[in-house]
Write a protein that binds this ligand. Structure first.
Ligand SMILES: Nc1ncnc2c1ncn2[C@@H]1O[C@H](COP(=O)(O)OP(=O)(O)OP(=O)(O)O)[C@@H](O)[C@H]1O
Ligand SMILES: [Mg+2]
Length: 493
C-alpha cells in the first residue's frame, strides 16, 4: 500500500535516535560520511598501525643486523680455524689431502674445498670449484682472505676463502681453503622474526581499534544522552533533565542545558495557560451572543428582510466563532498537559460500535476477520473525537463516509475512513494536518466555515496514543484516512 502523507511519525512513545545520513532530495544523494565513533575508531587503529609498524620495522632491522653479523662472524671464524689447522697438516710431506678434508671441523650443512698443487679437493662429490664466485677465487688465490654471500634460487650461502702458505721439505706452495656455509637456517629465523613482528603489529592495530571504539563510546555517551533528552523534550516530556553520572565532568554544560529546558517549560506552560485563559474568557461573551441570537431568531417573523439577512450572517459567524473557540480550547489543553491521557482496555468491536453510535453518523463498518475481538488501549473520549472529525470532514467535503474498515496489522490496528469525494491532492496531504491549514476542497465557496483545526486535533489525539495518521487515495476515487494505533497484545481473561 502506498503511504502518501504521514501526519506524525511517532510510532512509539519512546524517543528514538535521530536519523543520520538522510539524503537531501534537493541536492541529490549526499556523500556518506563516517560517524564520529567510526572516525575515532579508525584514527586509533591507524595510529596503532603506524606506531607498531615503525617499532616492528626498527626492531626487525636491529635484530636482523645483530644476528646476521654474529652468525657470519662465527662462520668466518670457523673457516679461519680450519685453515690454520690445514696449514699445519699440509706441512707434513706425506699429507693425503682427500683424507685431510674429512678431519676438518665443519657443520652439517657446510662444504669445503682445498686447493693445493694446482688441484681442487672438494668435501663432497657434488661440489665443484665452479660454484665458487670467480672474483673471490682469484682474490684468495692471489693471497688475500675474502668472504662473500651468494644466493642461487632463493638459497643464501656464505663462501669464505683463506690462503694457506704451507712450506715443507717437499713442497712450498700457495694453497687455499674455501668453506661454503648454508644460510637457510639463518634465513628461516629471520622470516619467523618478521612474521612474529607483523602479527604483533596487527594485534596492536586491532587492540587500538577496540580501545578507540571503547573510548569514543564513553566520550560520546553524554552526547547520546543529551540527544535522547532533546528528543524526549521535543516529544512533549518537558520534565526531562540531564542528571546522569556521565555529566559529572560536564557539569556546566548539563546545568546550562537544564536551565534552558526550565525556561522553555515555564514559557510553554505560561503560553498554554494564557491561551486557555483567553479561550475561557471568550466563552462567556460568546454564550451571551448566542443567547441573544436565539432570542432574535425566535422573533424572525417580526424582522424586516434586511435585518433577517443580517441576522443569518451574524448567526453563521457566531457558530463559526464558537467552533473556533471550542477547537482552540481543545488544542491548548494538549499544549498545557501533553501527557495527560487516560486509557482503557477495550475490544476493537465494542469501541467502534460505541464510537459510531456516539457520533450519530450513518457509517457502513467492515471488520477484518478476528480484529473485532482484539484488545486495544485507548482513551475513549479522544478516540471518539478523532472519528467525529473524520466523519464530519467526509460529510462536509466528500458526500459522506462510504466505509469504515478495520484491519489487523500484527502489532497495530488500522482504522480506514473512506469516502468517494474529490480526494486530496498529493501536495496537500501533509499540510492539511497542520493547525489552521485548509485544503483546496475546504476553501471552495459554500464550505467556508471550517477553521482548519479539525485534522490537527486528530493528529494530536493519535499522536498521544503512540499511533500515526495519514491520508491516501481510495481505490475507485476519493480519499482514505488511515488511523493506526498500537495493538494491545495481552489478552485479558
Ligand atoms: N474527506 C475529505 N475530502 C476532501 N478534503 C478533505 C477531507 N477531509 C479534509 N479535507 C481537507 O482538509 C482540510 C483540513 O481539514 P480540517 O478538518 O483540519 O479543517 P476544516 O474541516 O477545514 O476545519 P475544521 O477545523 O472546522 O474541521 C479541509 O479544509 C479540506 O480541504
Ligand atoms: Mg474538519
Amino acid at each position: 500500500m502506498r503511504v502518501d502523507g504521514v501526519a506524525t511519525a511517532q510510532a512509539s512513545p519512546e524517543p528514538t535516535a535521530l536519523p543520520t545520513n538522510v539524503p537531501d532530495p534537493a541536492h541529490g544523494p549526499q556523500k556518506r560520511r563516517l560517524g564520529l565513533r567510526a572516525r575515532v575508531t579508525t584514527a586509533f587503529a591507524l595510529g596503532a598501525l603506524a606506531l607498531s609498524s615503525v617499532l616492528a620495522g626498527i626492531g626487525y632491522v636491529a635484530v636482523r643486523t645483530s644476528i646476521v653479523n654474529q652468525q657470519l662472524a662465527s662462520m668466518r671464524h670457523q673457516a679461519l680455524a680450519n685453515a690454520v689447522l690445514l696449514r699445519g697438516e699440509l706441512r707434513v710431506p706425506t699429507a693425503y689431502i682427500p683424507a685431510l678434508i674429512t678431519t676438518l671441523d665443519s657443520g652439517p650443512n657446510t662444504d669445503s674445498l682445498i686447493y693445493s698443487t694446482k688441484h681442487w679437493y672438494p668435501s663432497s662429490a657434488t661440489l665443484s670449484p665452479r660454484q665458487l664466485p670467480q672474483a673471490l677465487k682469484v682474490h684468495v688465490l692471489a693471497g688475500s682472505p675474502a668472504w662473500q654471500v651468494i644466493g642461487s634460487s632463493g638459497i643464501a650461502q656464505l663462501v669464505v676463502g683463506v690462503p694457506i702458505h704451507a712450506q715443507s721439505a717437499s713442497r712450498s706452495e700457495n694453497a687455499a681453503y674455501f668453506e661454503i656455509f648454508d644460510l637457510s637456517d639463518l634465513t628461516r629465523t629471520l622470516h619467523t622474526l618478521l612474521a612474529a613482528l607483523t602479527l604483533a603489529a596487527l594485534i596492536t592495530t586491532v587492540a587500538g581499534a577496540v580501545l578507540g571504539r571503547w573510548a569514543a563510546g564513553r566520550a560520546l555517551r553524554p552526547l547520546r544522552e543529551t540527544t535522547q533528552a532533546a528528543l524526549a523534550i521535543a516529544g512533549g516530556r518537558l520534565d526531562t533533565r540531564l542528571e546522569s553520572a556521565y555529566f559529572a565532568d560536564l557539569a556546566p554544560f548539563a546545568s546550562a542545558f537544564n536551565q534552558m529546558v526550565d525556561q522553555l517549560q515555564e514559557r510553554i506552560e505560561r503560553e498554554a495557560r494564557f491561551t486557555s485563559d483567553v479561550n475561557h474568557e471568550l466563552r462567556s461573551p460568546l454564550t451571551t451572543l448566542a443567547n441573544s441570537l436565539s432570542v432574535l431568531e425566535a422573533r424572525r417573523d417580526e424582522l424586516p428582510p434586511r435585518a433577517l439577512q443580517a441576522l443569518d450572517l451574524l448567526g453563521a459567524e457566531v457558530r463559526r466563532f464558537r467552533r473556533l473557540v471550542d477547537e482552540l480550547l481543545e488544542i491548548s489543553r494538549f499544549d498545557a498537559t501533553p501527557g495527560d491521557i487516560s486509557r482503557d482496555e477495550v475490544t476493537v468491536g465494542s469501541l467502534v460500535e460505541h464510537t459510531v453510535q456516539a457520533t450519530g453518523a450513518d457509517v457502513p463498518v467492515r471488520f477484518a476477520p478476528g480484529v473485532a475481538s482484539q484488545h486495544i488501549l485507548v482513551d475513549k473520549r479522544r478516540f471518539e473525537r478523532i472519528f467525529a472529525n473524520l466523519f464530519e470532514n467526509a460529510q462536509r467535503y466528500a458526500g459522506g463516509v462510504t466505509l469504515l474498515a478495520i484491519e489487523d496489522h500484527g502489532d497495530s490496528v488500522r482504522f480506514l475512513v473512506e469516502d468517494a469525494g474529490p480526494g486530496i491532492a498529493p501536495e496537500e496531504r501533509d499540510r492539511i494536518f497542520e493547525r489552521f491549514s485548509r485544503g483546496s476542497t475546504g476553501r471552495r465557496r459554500g464550505l467556508g466555515d471550517g477553521t482548519g483545526l479539525g485534522l490537527a486535533i486528530v493528529a494530536q489525539h493519535v499522536n498521544q496514543h503512540g499511533g500515526r495518521v495519514w491520508v491516501e487515495d481510495r481505490l475507485g476515487g476519493g480519499s482514505r484516512f488511515v488511523v493506526e494505533l498500537p495493538a494491545w497484545s495481552e489478552v485479558v481473561t
